[in-house]
Write a protein that binds this ligand. Structure first.
Ligand code: V47
Ligand code: SF4
Length: 403
């Protein structure tokens, strides 16, 4: 499949063709410029090269083309909050500090009223999305989540509920003896607006077994998202790195997502995630991704996932500075203001728990892009007043400051 004819107004980035020759990437560069789909081998070579500036420039080119005319410099964000009704989980994924056994003594489960009170805090700040996910908890059945969705919809109809990973849908289906479709239909009926991308981890079975991931194998994750898409829901997809995966595992993971997107078309955004290790026992046996690895995850996903409209620079995990740089490596979304992030902070993230809207807009403008506030399904709410700053520092210098 082709990515569509390149737009005539989009010129090749200065110097990239020459750089691509130097690093032996010219054939891949040619494919990117002519809108041809990249192969598994192409993606592996992009990961293997040391020529990070060229990989970034190719991804930036692909990002601008996918953005559409007049939106080439748009970077989206949303005014949202994360809400986690329970951190009790029957699973014990080894990378998870949020719901691991050590946390069990401190496990919490909120009542519907407590969830509503949290939502009210967000509503008072003017948020327009709640990203709600939690552990797999037998005390939190389908009726509990239906009650939450109905209560939030009744009291705060302006808030879009982006909730339940495919893992939670699978769990609820098993708990209730229903099909995935029946669970999703019930949740949509109660007010579910879309699904987040969590729970994908790395689809490779060998990595999953080392990390004791027993939930939702890749094909089931894809099946559930496919069903959600067929019901008209949009969803996102993720990939968790730093859990002992190889380059090939990452590329194969993305190719499975690309294949599903060809079939069902409802993915809006891909979010490369990075594992934090505090409270886990895996650090000694895995390779922690470097900043260069993380930028490549962003860039390669932009280039390989030619059917995903958006790639997120998740600042909570990348850190603010690297997330800003990731905008020049193919990302066009900074995620949200967040409210209070729990999952990555439980595992030691030192990033802020939240960012104000103004700060988010300033960070995007300071990276040379036009901040755009969006809703969950990428309708534009407002183009920010802040003008994108002209970045004169060469990419090589920007990279050496951070790598
Ligand atoms: O599913 C678990 C991962 C995910 C750790 O869809 C960890 O818009 C880092 O999916 N260190 C939750 N990560 C986050 C997520 C997400 C975030 C932002 C936006 C969207 C979206 C989705 O975090 C989990 C899991 O893959 N995770 N443990 C850890 N120790
Ligand atoms: Fe449970 Fe999800 Fe944590 Fe695994 S990653 S232990 S399924 S909350």
């Amino acid at each position: 499949m082709s990515m569509g004819a390149p737009m005539s107004s989009l010129s090749k980035p200065a110097g990239v063709s020459e750089l691509a020759v130097d690093s032996g990437l010219q054939d891949i560069a040619e494919k990117v410029y002519t809108g041809q789909r990249l192969t598994r081998e192409d993606a592996i070579r992009l990961y293997q090269t040391n020529d990070l500036p060229t990989v970034g420039a190719l991804a930036e080119y692909a990002r601008r083309r996918s953005a559409g005319a007049g939106k080439e410099r748009y970077v989206y964000y949303i005014h949202n909050m994360h809400l986690n009704p329970t951190n009790f989980c029957v699973e014990t994924c080894r990378f998870c500090s949020y719901a691991n056994p050590a946390e069990r003594g401190r496990a919490y489960t909120w009542s519907v009223d407590q969830v509503l009170a949290e939502a009210g805090r967000g509503a008072a700040l003017g948020i327009n999305e709640i990203h709600m996910v939690g552990g797999l908890n037998p005390a939190c059945d389908l009726a509990y989540y239906e009650d939450i969705l109905r209560a939030v919809r009744a009291k705060y109809p302006q808030i879009h509920m982006k909730a339940f990973t495919a893992v939670e849908i699978e769990y609820l289906a098993n708990l209730e003896g229903l099909t995935y479709e029946e669970v999703l239909k019930r949740l949509v009926d109660a007010g579910l607006g879309s699904m987040p991308g969590g729970g994908a981890e790395i689809f490779d079975e060998e990595v999953r077994s080392r990390m004791a991931v027993k939930k939702t194998p890749g094909p089931v994750y894809l099946e559930i998202h496919g069903i959600a898409h067929s019901l008209g829901l949009k969803s996102n997809a993720t990939m968790l790195t730093g859990i002992g995966e190889s380059i090939e595992n990452k590329v194969d993971h993305m190719l499975m997502l690309r294949g599903q997107q060809d079939l069902s078309g409802g993915f809006q955004c891909f979010i490369p995630l990075k594992c934090y290790y505090e409270g886990t026992d895996i650090e000694a046996e895995v390779q922690e991704p470097t900043a260069a690895d993380l930028l490549k995850d962003v860039a390669v996903s932009r280039l390989l996932l030619d059917n995903f409209p958006h790639i997120k620079a998740y600042w909570i995990q990348l850190g603010v500075e690297l997330a800003q740089l990731a905008l020049s490596f193919g990302a066009d979304d900074m995620d949200g203001t967040i409210g209070e992030e729990k999952i990555t902070h439980a595992a030691g993230a030192k990033t802020p728990l939240q960012l104000a809207k103004e700060r988010m807009e300033e960070l995007i403008a300071n990276s040379g892009y036009q901040a755009v506030e969006r809703d969950t399904i990428y309708n534009i709410k407002a183009v920010a007043q802040s003008e994108p700053r002209l970045i004169e520092t060469p990419m090589s210098e920007r990279l050496s400051a951070i790598l």
